[in-house]
Design a protein around this ligand. Structure first.
Ligand SMILES: [Zn+2]
Length: 853
């Protein structure tokens, strides 16, 4: 065995050749490289011992994702290591017959499986282990130490999805998937796993990391390297009798404890699984199973291991598709180790869903966790950000989530083994396996030391996500409207006819479908084409179930606000035709060739008694790497523009003074935006757009983009949308901009009256124009079926007291929270004018109305 490298190192150390600092660094580097080389040459290769071929290996392929029971009934054909399978998105099921050699009794035996794609091992018709090479999981532990009496022969199945942990991008991660990719099985055999070599490797790796990462002058860095060097000299890799003494040396440095002031890291296993991104929803279901079953295996072996897991939707998937695994998860959840967190249905995009959708993310998520795990999640989406703790001087606790993520994968045994050694080692932060409850209760004690961030958290690297995949965004706005209307009408029907069955199950199903499509790579449009098809299908389903002065050249010369004498717009157009010339509606139509391949057609409509000019727009869009925006240069000057956000609005600068301003060249907005100076302003309304900007006096709305990754077909084809421009006097609040934006998005429904004598009827009215009645729905809890929940919010940014009047047979009114839990100490008196409600700026209030039978 070549031992020259370590001996060379020893001689340098013992001779203490430290003539100068540069010489010292050379020596340290030599030591470091020597140890690294030793590990690479002599340890990794000894991780696995004897090998044994499989008894037989056969496979069958399918383009479908089918259940195990169905798969094992198929005809399997012989295959061998080195064979290819696929293409992309197919599934290859392998039947593995194996027999562990008698002479391996008492040894730890693994099924070593190295292949492209993501695998799942099935044993006795149950999923038992996820296999992903990118997630450093390429073996399944058949036995920790086989007993003579145990069966040595068995059959397992390996289900391999023809996609990697990060999909199947052609050439790069976020390139569109390569549909013709082939996958190869590189290794499939039985192997003796040398656990003692694994433990030595973990010791060495931590010491080498300490030497490298603690800094050149750090004393512990030198100490770690010195100990690693000693270990190399003491170790005879061919003689396991030398291992304990070597490991003792390592533990001598790991067990040197920190002082009292050392920072504590609360470690929790985690595995971020995008519910869809570079792979479709169906694959995410399997990703959850692969990742979580692996977590269960780790929990069986590591009693201290905790794992936090978000997204109720993913739990629901596993509940439906992998009930056996789900039962095990519930058991560990009861122990407080498999911990649901976040409280939302999915990890939704934080900007684009409506305010009510945000409420429903929590309502549906928390309801699920309460029903399934007996408790609500007490913490939200901040787990990830706690990783990058910038308040080290202020607080002494931070959270660290460990495990492969995005495409699933999760923690590995090696990660857990490293954490155990680093629990309290001088020079390293203390690490303890923790829970969100424990972490936040520690942070609670230090909360007065923490900074508070005021305003929006703008993620400047996430550009383009307010516009791309415009059909998904339009579908989102439409579904929010449809569900709103369906709930309002169902609620009214409930109060009029006590035999009416409120469609609560159907509405819950539809809400959950919408909430799923608000996932943070779906609604923003950062997903592949397969996901877009899934999301478009959902919109179709939701719809199914709920079922100016113009010159002769067509130029909008100006838009004049009557009595104000102000001209806000000049935009170039092409020749037009007059569609409607007078009466209650006037409209003109024109088409514009905006490039060789794209055409825009607009009907510009002005209705009587309506303060805004509507642009009903059709675009045939066939572009590459282009952005379509509409700009309105205005005669308005203001340092800030106002944009609607969920249940409120905020102001952003119209200038680019700082880098932060520059980064906000495009911002997100909901139904309206406004640029006003004292006494006059212009609002821009829309029915399905989210990207906007105001720079100096130019107001822009982002209409369409044409990115090519990860979906090369994104937004190619026909589109239809509406925006409207509304000049106004006074402030936007006084002009009713919020009110008119609702009108554009929620057009009046007309239905035939039951009889000509049908009296005029109004269910609700709110006296203050500042307060919006956003939602009317049936109350949540089963014992409140005779109740409705109404949600109102203050929209002007003012403190107001108002009356909510209703003609519904209300006998009792109680304040409740967003999860519809009544505050029994807050009964609201029913007075002659209705309910008196007070609001602070942007306050959201929910009221439970108990109806008379
Ligand atoms: Zn993600």
């Amino acid at each position: 065995m070549p031992r020259w490298a370590p001996r060379f190192i020893v001689r340098l150390t013992r001779n203490r050749i430290v003539p100068s600092s540069s010489r010292r660094w050379d020596i340290k580097k030599s030591l470091y490289l020597g140890v690294i080389g030793f590990i690479a040459c002599h340890l990794y290769c000894r991780l696995f011992g004897d090998t044994c071929p499989l008894v037989s290996l056969s496979c069958f392929q399918t383009p479908q994702r089918i259940p195990h029971d169905e798969a094992v009934r198929q005809e399997f054909r012989p295959t061998k290591v080195g064979d290819s399978f696929g293409p992309t998105w197919w599934t290859c099921w392998f039947k593995v017959e194996l027999s562990i050699p008698r002479e391996w009794a008492g040894k730890e035996v693994h099924l070593l499986w190295e292949s492209d794609g993501e695998g799942m091992v099935w044993r006795d018709a149950q999923p038992v282990q996820g296999l992903t090479k990118e997630g450093e999981k390429n073996s399944y532990i058949l036995t920790d130490g086989l007993k003579e009496t145990e069966p040595h022969s068995l059959t397992v199945y390996v289900e391999v999805a023809c996609n990697g942990l990060f999909g199947a991008g052609k050439g790069s991660l976020i390139a569109p998937p390569d549909p013709d990719k082939k996958f190869t099985l590189n290794k499939a055999e039985l192997v003796v796993f040398n656990r003692d070599v694994h433990e030595l490797l973990v010791d060495f790796e931590i010491l080498v990391d300490m030497a490298k990462l603690l800094g050149e002058e750090n004393q512990r860095s030198f100490q770690a390297l010195y100990v690693a060097n000693q270990m190399v000299n003491l170790l005879d890799v061919t003689d396991s009798c030398t291992f304990p003494a070597v490991r003792h040396l390592a533990s001598s440095i790991f067990s040197q404890k920190n002082g009292e002031s050392q920072h504590t890291i609360h470690a929790m296993g985690h595995c971020h699984i995008d519910s869809a991104w570079l792979w479709p929803y169906e694959e995410s279901i399997r990703k959850c199973a692969r990742s979580w079953v692996t977590v269960i295996r780790l929990m069986e072996k590591n009693p201290e291991f905790t794992f936090v897991c978000s997204q109720a939707q993913q739990f629901e998937w596993v509940r439906n598709w992998y009930p056996g695994l789900y039962a095990q998860i519930q058991d560990y959840a009861k122990e407080g180790r498999f911990i649901p967190v976040g409280g939302t249905w999915v990890e939704m995009d934080g900007n684009l869903p409506s305010g009510e959708s945000m409420v429903r993310q929590f309502l549906q998520g928390q309801r699920f966790f309460q029903q399934q795990f007996g408790k609500l999640c007490s913490e939200v989406r901040m787990m990830k950000t706690m990783n990058n703790n910038r308040d080290k001087g202020r607080v002494n606790h931070s959270a660290a989530l460990f495990g492969f993520g995005d495409g699933g994968g999760g923690p590995t045994q090696k990660m857990l083994d490293r954490l155990k050694r680093m629990s309290d080692t001088n020079g390293l932060p203390r690490v303890q396996m923790s829970t969100p409850d424990r972490f936040f209760s520690m942070l609670e004690k230090e909360k007065t030391q923490l900074f508070t961030w005021i305003g929006e958290l703008f993620l400047e690297l996430h550009n383009g996500t307010y516009t791309t995949q415009t059909q998904i965004k339009k579908g989102n706005r439409e579904c929010e409207r449809i569900l709103h209307d369906a709930e309002v009408l169902s609620s009214f029907a409930l109060t009029q006819k006590n035999t009416f069955q409120y469609p609560s199950i159907k509405l819950q199903h539809l809400w959950r479908l919408l909430l799923l499509n608000q996932f943070h790579d779906v609604l923003p449009g950062s997903c592949i084409q397969l996901v877009v098809e899934d999301a478009d299908g959902s919109v179709t389903m939701e719809n199914g179930v709920i079922a100016a002065h113009l010159d002769s050249m067509g130029r909008v010369m100006s838009l004049r606000l009557v009595h104000s004498g102000r001209k806000p717009i000049t935009t170039l157009l092409k020749p037009l035709e007059i569609v409607l010339a007078g009466g209650l509606r006037g409209s003109v139509k024109f088409s514009l060739q905006i490039s060789e391949r794209s055409v825009i057609t607009q009907e510009v409509i002005l209705d009587a008694m309506c303060p805004y000019l509507r642009f009903l727009t059709q675009v045939d869009w066939n572009e590459a790497h282009r952005f379509l925006k509409v700009e309105f240069p205005l005669q308005v000057r203001s340092m800030n523009a106002t944009y609607e956000i969920q249940l409120g609005h905020l102001q952003r600068p119209t200038h680019w003074n700082t880098s932060w301003d520059w980064a906000r060249f495009e911002v997100w907005s909901h139904k309206w935006m406004d640029l006003s100076e004292h006494g006059f302003g212009v609002a821009l309304l829309n029915d399905c757009k989210y990207g906007a900007s105001v720079h100096k006096n130019v107001m822009s709305l982002s209409l369409l983009r044409a990115p090519k990754s990860p979906d090369a077909t994104a937004d190619i084809g026909p589109h239809e949308f509406t925006y409207a421009v509304m000049p106004h006097r006074g402030s936007f609040q006084e002009a009713g901009v919020i009110h008119y934006a609702y009108n554009l998005n929620f057009p009046l429904h007309t239905v035939p009256a039951v009889s000509a004598q049908c009296p005029a009827w109004s269910a609700f009215s709110v006296h203050s124009p500042a307060v919006v009645l956003e939602t009317v729905k049936q109350a949540r809890a089963e014992d409140r079926l005779d109740g409705l929940v109404v949600r109102l919010y203050e929209s002007h940014g003012s403190t107001v007291v108002t009356w909510l009047q209703t003609s519904l047979p209300v006998k009792e009114a109680i304040s409740c929270d967003l999860l519809e839990r009544p505050d029994l100490s807050s009964h609201l008196p029913l007075e002659e004018h209705g309910l008196k409600l007070s609001f602070t700026p942007f306050q959201v209030r929910s009221v439970l109305l108990i109806l008379r039978q």
